[in-house]
Design a protein around this ligand. Sequence first.
Ligand code: MN
Length: 192
Amino acid sequence: MIFEVEALPYSKDALAPAISEETLNYHYDKHHQGYMKKLKAAIEGTPTADKDLEEIIRTSEGGVFNNAAQVFNHTFFWKSMKPGGGGAPTGDIADAINRDFGSFDKFKEEWVQKASSQFGSGWGWLVQDEGKLSIVTTSNAGTPLTTHAKPILTIDVWEHAYYIDYRNDRGGFIKVWLDKLVNWDFANANLG
Ligand code: MN
């Protein structure tokens, strides 16, 4: 596998003020890179080092799983946002959301409710399974890659994702994420 975290798809100040450069200095440079460093240290010189990241996630447990899944989840999270993103979906994802949630407002309500109430550290995900969209949450490093469902979008609800900018207001972060950040182009590209 390639032992490098993918570059951010935008500059570190590009999501401000929704997410500050300071948050990305910690979240990307310290947390995301840190998971990769720990993963490399754990698998170097073992047969696991020859596998690709998704294969490692599907076949490992414990610390190797946690760090590998966090590397994947964060890369997916950066791509789930874009400068000037947010607002109503466009393209196929808009139709699929109306079909599977009833309306974009219903989707937003469920997204806020589920991501807000994930207990402790974790992730909110829009996933597609057998063609149908749904919202799920995972704890800690949990990822849909270990399930049958395909990830479409994700939001990181670990405190390190929002504490500098929003302090303890996870709900405030989730609302700004929907209004100013979510990247519907990425969602459209992921639809199967
Ligand atoms: Mn994170």
